[in-house]
Write a protein that binds this ligand. Structure first.
Ligand code: PEP
Ligand code: MN
Length: 334
């Protein structure tokens, strides 16, 4: 259930509603919003009667939320969520572009690509320090050394850092170094990790699981919001289908659906969706055309010699062209 408070409701009135919810052994969530104050309720097993709340001072309306996910749903939060990170926003009028190599490999590589991307005006640098590799014998990432390099890159370029956390053990460490904590596709179902990132106060980029339905994806986001962190960015990165011509299949359909069902921003990762360099630009352009809030693209200064995902990484000159194209498309569709 969602309790809508009067725009001029007092802090005491909000407190009284929260206390009533707690007295019923349920959990209140004060939902941030620009135009109204709302309090979401979770923890009830069946339908909850509005009679408990409708006569409390300051309460305007009690709305039953019909979806299994509550806090991520647009029913609860009609306006788009805009995540602010200093002077940049995610989910606002400008598209978000996150670019960088699959993995941080060494100082030369990460500084080289970061400087090139910063010069193009890219505000977010991606780069894995802890890598979820299919084979235990593949490069696993530089760990803390990689995070330290990313922090130095931020210092020099001013770019915001996006990097993945693989498990709860390293969450504190990763959170300390990065601006946006990435939860990868393989961890979308890792509920203990989701609960923990729900308690940090940095934005979380949540990637869709390899074969997750939209409802499962949104329920994973709900784990994060229900533990107090409303700064979640969804990321569609392709799903497993019967197709064998690409690494995964980009579910472009999911963007308008997410826009209907949720207030959270959604970006697209065309690199992991296609697995093949030449397919990345067209998929990225399509993503922006269909209304995604941004893209996350793998770019490497020397893709032929990359330690991971080289064949899907763009050359910097290709990425520069793509950047110009997606900016134009974003301008057309507003
Ligand atoms: C990544 O972004 O580096 C990554 C491993 O992606 P995914 O979790 O989508 O496979
Ligand atoms: Mn990769």
């Amino acid at each position: 259930m969602l309790i809508i408070m009067h725009v001029n409701s007092t802090a005491e009135q909000i407190e009284q509603v929260k206390q009533k919810i707690i007295d019923l052994n349920l959990t209140p969530h004060v939902i941030p919003g620009r135009t109204r104050c709302a309090i979401g309720i979770t923890g009830n097993k069946g339908a909850l009667s509005a009679d408990y709340f409708k006569h409390l001072p300051g309460v305007v309306q009690c709305i039953t939320v019909t979806k299994p996910y509550k806090l991520v749903s647009r029913e609860v939060h009609p306006e788009d969520t805009v995540i602010e990170l200093g002077d940049v926003q995610i989910g606002g009028p400008e598209i978000t572009v996150i670019a960088g190599p699959c993995s941080v490999e060494n100082e030369l590589q990460i500084f080289d690509i970061a400087r090139q991307l910063a010069k193009m005006g890219v505000k977010f640098l991606r780069g894995g320090a802890f890598k979820p590799r299919t084979s235990p014998y593949s490069f696993q990432g530089l760990g803390e050394k990689g995070l330290k390099l990313l922090a130095r890159v931020r210092e020099e370029t001013g770019m915001k850092i996006v990097s993945e956390v693989l498990d709860t053990e390293y969450l504190e460490l990763v959170t300390e170094y990065v601006d946006v904590v990435q939860v990868g596709a393989r961890n979308m179902y890792n509920y203990s990790l989701l609960k923990r990132v729900g308690k940090i106060n940095k934005p979380v980029l949540l990637k869709r699981g390899l074969s997750a339905t939209l409802e499962e994806f949104l329920m994973s986001a709900e784990y994060i919001l229900s533990h107090g962190n409303f700064q979640v960015i969804l990321c569609e990165r392709g799903i497993r289908t019967f197709s064998t011509h690409s690494r995964n299949t980009l579910d472009i359909n999911v963007i308008p659906m997410v826009k209907q069902l949720s207030h959270l921003p959604i970006i697209i990762d065309p690199s992991h969706a296609s697995g093949e360099r030449n397919s990345v630009p067209p998929l990225a352009r399509a993503a922006i055309a269909v209304g995604a809030d941004g893209i996350m693209v793998e770019v490497h200064p020397d893709p032929e010699n990359a330690l991971s995902d080289g064949h899907q990484s763009l050359y910097p000159f290709q990425f520069k062209q793509l950047l110009e194209q997606v900016q134009k498309i974003a301008g057309i569709i507003n």
